[in-house]
Design a protein around this ligand. Sequence first.
Ligand SMILES: [Zn+2]
Length: 74
Amino acid sequence: MEPSEPAPDAEPLPGTAAATGRRPVRCRMCGRPLTGTASRRTGLGPACDAKLHPAPPDIRTRRHEVEQDALPGT
Ligand SMILES: [Zn+2]
């Protein structure tokens, strides 16, 4: 009888230490595991980072509104 071992081809779950080869980093706001490089560096998930640092209004947005012409032929 063979000992019950996990399948040799079992892949590590994404975001785990086995998959990344590094210590898991968790968001200091909500505690969710971080997978992105930027998120790991800041210690915040994308959602929580957006809450703390809301993106400033983009200047291009205003220009886009000005240049928003009606489609021809409609
Ligand atoms: Zn978070």
